[in-house]
Design a protein around this ligand. Sequence first.
Ligand SMILES: Cc1cc2nc3c(=O)[nH]c(=O)nc-3n(C[C@H](O)[C@H](O)[C@H](O)COP(=O)(O)OP(=O)(O)OC[C@H]3O[C@@H](n4cnc5c(N)ncnc54)[C@H](O)[C@@H]3O)c2cc1C
Length: 476
Amino acid sequence: MRKQINRRDFLRIASIGTASAIALSCGLIEDPHLLSTEDLDLMPTDISQADSGTREAEVLILGAGISGLAAARTLVDKGIRVIIIEARNRIGGRMWTDTSLGVPLDLGASWIHGVKGNPITELAKKFGVQTVASDYDNGLVFDFDGREMSDSEYTEIEDLFESIYEEVAQMQEDTDNDRSLQQAFDEVISSRDLSAEELRRLNFYIQGVTSLEYGADPDDLSLWEWDQDEEFGGNDVVFPKGYNQITDGLANGLDIRLGAKVVAISYGADGVEVNTSSGMFLADKVIVTFPLGVLKQAEVKFEPPLPELKQSAIDRLDMGVLDKVYLKFPGVFWNEEIEGISYMGERVGEWCDWLNFVPYINEPVLMAFHGGAKGYELEELSDDEIVAGAMKTLRVIYGDEIPEPDGFIITRWGKDPLAFGSYSHIPPFASGDDYDALFEPVDEVLYFAGEATSREYPATVHGAYLSGVAVAGKIA
Ligand SMILES: Cc1cc2nc3c(=O)[nH]c(=O)nc-3n(C[C@H](O)[C@H](O)[C@H](O)COP(=O)(O)OP(=O)(O)OC[C@H]3O[C@@H](n4cnc5c(N)ncnc54)[C@H](O)[C@@H]3O)c2cc1C
């Protein structure tokens, strides 16, 4: 069944100071506090820098994100000797709870998308981690001049979008040629007699639907395949004390070597040899969980090179970007009960989507999302320029008297050299088959896991987790 699309669903996505405030940029400044046990009962016990201990295992796992941890946990529970090798000085990968503003804030994933039947829900229960449900209908929409839109005005935009989307969906079913989702929208829109104002509002809506959830704009998404993924039912929930409680729980007792960047992997009938910035590791088998962005950059050398089918899947699929700007204020100046704040600004996709964190953590924190091309554009600006852009928008909505933030955090996932983007999507002429090709093992020695190997649930924590469990099942 086709998904219901609602722009207020933007929360499904992401999965959302002064210049002297704390600035933390993904991948540029690592977070030494991340492995602190503060607020957490759960703590991995065998995490060490890579220069210690034995360098041989039955299975090497490359990457200590959720997929690598899930694979390791599953294998270790079956009595298999595993070492996880991780380039960062922390575990979690694209799950990254930062506490530099004095409260836990997730710079990567925030939500369990759909708690019903979701394996991450089970982990949250197992580790006794608190969650809070998101209410996507609990939001306000402001027009470009800061005026709050009425429900009926917003419903008009939703209805317009839905009527256009119905035709686009039909096109998706009927067409024999793939093209971009944007081209399909353009074809339908050009057959309508829309006013400039209707167009402006429609574009705002369309951009939000795709760029936040997929990290890509409609012109970067395949009409045929962009929404081929599956979903779990039930609410979406966040973790007031951070998503890393889940990765820390999984990592408990695992042998994890931090600070070891893999540069080359040689594999064959005799096993594998993995060369890292901290020396060589040997094993019978290896599981590669690098993000698609890292594989696309081809910074890690495979010997022999990856088979054509896998390499062409890597080339066809794409990585998108979703970035977050957190602002912590001295006090709340907005309506503290709402969750989503949407702004239909002059520029589509710019400072449009905000989240109020008071309902989640009871702290005066706002977060803005930017996805797709806008996300990449913002990454080029300085921290000061970004904070100034945020404040300019907030002043349009809430007036000139609002205070400057006490602190901010800005992510730049596109520039992160161990991710090169936030998550994968399917551009024109790629397909769900490419996710399957990425998962496919090579010679029963070289195995793959990670969100971009999950055909059903790409771009999610649960997809990455399930791929880790599945690959471990294959090996065990
Ligand atoms: C901003 C943002 C918001 C998101 N929101 C949500 C959400 O709300 N809900 C949701 O379900 N999902 C969300 N996601 C997606 C989710 O975070 C990812 O799908 C998931 O965490 C990916 O896990 P993984 O194990 O596949 O990859 P990763 O977590 O990226 O793990 C791979 C690991 O490999 C390491 N590595 C890379 N290169 C090397 C190398 N050469 N040598 C050694 N190690 C290396 C990396 O450092 C990393 O730790 C979001 C992601 C982002 C970025």
